[in-house]
Design a binder for this molecule. Structure first.
Ligand code: NI
Length: 256
């Protein structure tokens, strides 16, 4: 079944119909969903959500754009909750230079701090990196190489950079962008990346695939991503679903 490795079902975009939508997922071929926190608030809402639905798991962490007010007490909160069976990763963490705030030094400080936290609690990381290719790679190679696993979420860099992440053993989160007509660079990278290093993700409510581009995304739209990947890799849709599910279970430490 389809494994959605990156969703934000605690987002207000789902306030109207969250429960009916989530209840419909297992019957629609969605086997597992990992809800990914992006702020301290969403660490709390993620925690609540993953204990309500059997098929949901969670990642706890703080997105680079939300790091300005972080404290060591916040790190303690995440650490205290990370040993729960339903918490499978630290994320999403990383660097986002698209937005001017918070300043780069603050983002870097909390990226490094959360990488250390992930090593301490022995969980993989989910990396958010936008317009920050070199700094992300430098920090990961310095602070994390050989020490753990992770997913580069919504991969957006070149084929060449993808090789560096592959060498470090990272997985690549592929979602709706792969269906966009203008995603030439991503398609080139995905042609090179082996299916054994790819996982499916929505990043919902964002990044809905064609033909729903611009509308609210959900795990129900992942079959469009599956078929785009099958075409690019020259394999069946069943193989895409099966291999990416196995990859996701491996990285998140769930029974195969
Ligand atoms: Ni996300």
């Amino acid at each position: 079944m389809i494994f959605d490795t990156h969703a934000h079902y605690d987002d207000e975009a789902f306030d109207e119909d969250r429960d009916s939508l989530l209840a419909s997922l297992p019957g629609a071929g969605i086997g597992h969903v990992v809800n990914v926190a992006a702020s301290m608030d969403s660490c709390h809402t993620t925690w609540e959500l993953i204990h309500r639905y059997d098929f949901m798991y969670g990642a706890l962490g703080v997105h680079p754009s939300e790091t300005a007010g972080l404290t060591e007490a916040d790190m303690e909160f995440i650490k205290a909750h990370a040993s729960d069976d339903k918490v499978v990763a630290i994320g999403e963490i990383g660097l986002d230079y698209y937005w001017p705030e918070p300043e780069k030094e603050i983002q870097k400080k909390w990226f490094v701090r959360q990488l250390a936290l992930a090593k301490e609690v022995k969980l993989p990381v989910i990396i958010h990196s936008r317009d920050a290719s070199k700094d992300t790679l430098d920090i990961l190679q310095r602070e994390y190489a050989g020490q753990g696993e992770g997913i580069i979420h919504c991969y957006s860099y070149s084929k060449e950079t993808a090789k560096d992440y592959l060498d470090m053993g990272f997985y690549f989160g592929i979602g709706g962008v792969i269906t966009f007509a203008n995603a030439k660079k991503l398609k080139e990278a995905v042609e090179m990346i082996p299916l054994s290093s790819i996982v499916l993700e929505t990043d919902c409510p964002y990044l809905s695939p064609v033909p729903n581009r611009g509308k609210r995304n959900s795990s129900l739209h992942l079959p469009y991503v599956v078929s785009a990947l099958a075409e690019l890799k020259g394999v069946s849709e069943e193989e895409v679903i099966g291999t990416t599910e196995e990859n996701a279970k491996k990285i998140y430490g769930l029974p195969l």
